[in-house]
Design a protein around this ligand. Structure first.
Ligand code: HEM
Length: 704
């Protein structure tokens, strides 16, 4: 075992979920094959040093000048591009969803289809064009993702709003592949179908594909604010926002700017249909056709407040101080205007604020949970400042991962949504000694859990491998969350995931080892135990980087969800791979890890593919490819496969998916024929998986 505290380890992983009992169908193999692309080669490495040395204040100064420099090709409303930039940043980040960590502004895929052509992103191509000179000026020190977030945040600041700071470090993608599951696309239909457009459910982030969250006009275009409120709550919750945050964001955002719907003829074709001149605008005539006062973006028309380039809580005051009625906008959509004061006073020309609201805005007054916050923010500007600045930072930063991934000189302290971990206890233990103790525990009988039996002796190695794998395998490359650091496999909700059944008992087998080292974290113990077991089983040089810490047991449960399961196991493998950032080669290599027969039974299967899990070699692939497999159901009701003509040899549907997907099968064949290739790929994939979440180490391979 090579032990090192610095460097050495690298990036990602795979999951070994228990397959749900389900009528899976390999019939879908053809359609699923390659449907979801591997997460490789579409992102240039981030130049971390360049980002660190960026003069953020200089960029902000340039942005502030740009905001006030109205251009003829897209004149600034009220002489200030700030509101447009706030909308740009919100629509870039607002595609994020908790369900699988997809979406968000990391990658800046709003520049590509499908996102760039979403109805909700109409005319945001103009905002990006305005920003291009700044992107060109700062080059690789300022990625598109960071620039968009910085533009929105600086705009708020420039219009008098409160900001916490800015976290840089987003990595630009080279295309929109990773947004295909957001839709509309055949990938999205496969992994996240929406039965009724307008009522789409999680894992999709919005109720309507092509919108950021929810239909502004009301459910299915009905101006019904009562029914709109639950949709607003549901769609913001899918991004991890509570009522206080949702109300602060909607009303804080709409303190700025206006909606655009000058006439009923629409914005014209989207970029996917007319790339050279997208959304040319169809209202008006002459040189100002389609822009300025003739702009059509959403089809709603008008500002929310009387001073739309100035931060304040007027939005909330207007909402509570007036009664509102719906009417049809010049763009042909239902929207709302004040009809009289809430106290019954009629409005005249002087007292009518000449503002509008969307059905979703009015919905905030029709739901007691929302109305409470509307009233608080209407009465208390400071409360709004506090809530909005935190919620905006969370909105902008939610998909960037832990605080340690944030770069730049204006990063605020760790926030709760970043799930900060305590620092590791010091001094770090002598990991060589810990490794020796773990090696002794491999064959020592434990009352905590019956061991596998190898050569008549107890053997815990495959169980330790299983524990380490499960602990690390919830890592999501999509939002850099999860992983074994924190050892949250001990805590709810992860300890209760079916695929983690029995993990707590395996940990108990290791507890006596931990007791001897007061500063040894569970997270380090789990990862080191997996590595020791693998080296004892024959793996070379499993790199270990100590210094993980444990999340406190009273930590508020994180809203992470287990990797998704599908009836079609090939689709499941490809979806999980993409979320975790694994290549097919890594996925297949990791499937060849020793698997404990007793643990397989604990997970509900009849057994494992091997009776001897003490050896790491390419046997798994020989067994997988060397038998005919018969579908069966275990006594516990798990779908599984039994080797025809061989007793006690079992594979899971996820194993058989490797044999049924031509690309994964080709890799399995290579490993079956070449033990060295398997070894090398396995060790690399395992090391990468175990270090995937070690952003605290500042390894370029991890950061980038
Ligand atoms: C504009 C809907 C939440 C910031 C708009 C427009 C619509 C809309 C329809 C008009 C676009 C146009 O025609 O130009 C919604 C809905 C929301 C929501 C349905 C959620 C229920 C937010 C949030 C923010 C925000 C959370 C930021 C924190 C803005 C800004 C504008 C805008 C600044 C004005 C853009 C400009 O003046 O060009 N929104 N929005 N919105 N929204 Fe929202």
């Amino acid at each position: 075992m090579r032990l090192t505290r610095q460097g050495g380890a690298l990036l990602l992983l795979l999951p070994a979920l228990a397959s749900a009992g389900c009528p899976f169908g390999f019939d879908g193999a053809d359609s699923a094959q390659n449907l979801l692309a591997e997460p490789v080669a579409r992102r240039a490495a981030l130049d971390v040093e360049a980002v660190r040395s960026l003069d953020i204040d200089a960029v902000k100064d340039d942005l502030k000048k740009l905001f006030r420099n109205s251009q003829d090709f897209w004149p600034a409303d009220f002489g200030h591009y700030g509101p447009l930039m706030v909308r740009l940043a919100w629509h870039c980040t607002g595609s994020y969803r908790l369900s699988d960590g997809r979406g968000g502004c990391d990658g800046a895929r709003q520049r590509f289809d499908p996102e760039r052509s979403w109805d909700d992103n109409t005319n945001l191509d103009k905002a990006r064009s305005l920003l291009w000179p700044i992107k060109a000026k700062y080059g690789k020190a300022l990625t598109w993702g960071d620039l968009i977030v910085l533009a929105g945040t600086t705009a708020i600041e420039d219009m008098g709003g409160p900001v916490l700071g800015v976290c840089l470090g987003r990595i630009d993608d080279a295309d929109g592949t990773d947004s295909l599951p957001l839709g509309p696309s055949k990938e999205q239909e496969a992994v996240a179908p929406c039965e009724t457009q307008g009522s789409c459910q999680s894992p999709l982030g919005s109720t309507t594909i092509g919108l950021i969250y929810v239909n502004p006009e009301g459910p299915h275009g009905e101006p019904d604010p009562v029914r709109s409120a639950p949709q607003v709550r549901d769609s913001f919750a899918r991004m991890g926002m509570n009522d206080a945050e949702t109300v602060a964001l909607v009303g804080g955002g709409h303190a700025f700017g206006k909606a655009h719907g000058a006439c009923p003829t629409g914005p014209g074709p989207a970029p996917k249909d007319q790339p050279l001149d997208p959304w040319p605008g169809t209202c008006g005539a002459g040189p100002m056709k389609g822009k300025g006062d003739n702009t059509f973006t959403s089809g709603f028309e008008g500002p929310w407040t009387t001073n739309p380039t100035q931060w304040d809580n007027e939005y909330f005051k207007l909402l509570v101080d007036h009664e509102w009625e719906s009417y049809i906008s010049p763009g042909g959509h239902n929207q709302w205007r004040p009809v009289r004061k809430a106290n019954g006073e009629e409005l005249d020309a002087a007292s009518n604020p000449s503002v509008m609201m969307l059905t979703t805005d009015v919905s905030l007054t029709k739901d007691p949970g929302f109305l409470k916050w509307v009233k608080i923010y209407a009465e208390n500007q400071t409360a709004l400042d506090e809530a909005f600045s935190h919620a905006w930072y969370k909105l902008m930063t939610r998909d960037v991962g832990p605080h340690s991934r944030c770069l730049g000189s204006q990063v605020p302290p760790p926030q709760p949504f970043q799930a900060p971990l305590p620092p590791p206890l010091k001094p770090l233990p002598d990991y060589k000694k810990v490794a020796r103790d773990i090696a002794r525990a491999l064959n020592a009988p434990s009352k905590a859990l019956p061991a596998d039996t190898v050569g008549g002796k107890p053997y815990y190695g495959a169980l330790f491998v299983h524990l380490a794998f499960q602990c690390a395998a919830n890592y999501r490359q999509t939002d850099y969350s999860g992983g074994c650091n924190g050892a949250r496999i001990r805590l709810a909700p992860q300890k209760d995931w079916p695929l983690n059944r029995g993990a707590d008992s395996i940990l108990k087998v290791l507890t006596p080892v931990r007791a001897a080292y007061p500063t040894l974290s569970y997270a380090d113990l789990i990862v080191l135990a997996g590595g020791v077991a693998l080296e004892e089983a024959g793996a070379d040089h499993i790199a270990f980087v100590g210094g993980r810490s444990d999340a406190p047991s009273d930590e508020a449960p994180l809203p992470f969800q287990p990797p998704r399961e599908f009836d079609d196991k090939i689709l499941e493998a490809r979806d999980n791979m993409q979320v975790m950032g694994l290549t097919a080669r890594e996925w297949v290599a990791l499937a060849g890890r020793p698997r404990s027969p007793s643990q397989q039974k604990r997970l509900g299967y009849s057994g494992s593919w091997t009776a001897d899990p003490s050896v790491l070699d390419n046997s798994y692939f020989k067994v997988l490819l060397g038998h005919q497999w018969e579908a069966a159901s275990s006594d516990a009701g798990q779908d599984e496969f039994r080797a025809a003509g061989a007793d006690g040899v079992w594979m899971t549907p996820r194993d058989l998916a490797i044999r049924s997907d031509p690309e994964m099968m080709a890799i399995a064949q290579e490993f079956a024929a070449d033990a060295k290739a398997f070894h090398a790929s396995f060790v690399a994939a395992w090391s990468r998986l175990m270090a995937a979440d070690r952003f605290d180490l500042d390894l370029p391979a991890v950061k980038g």
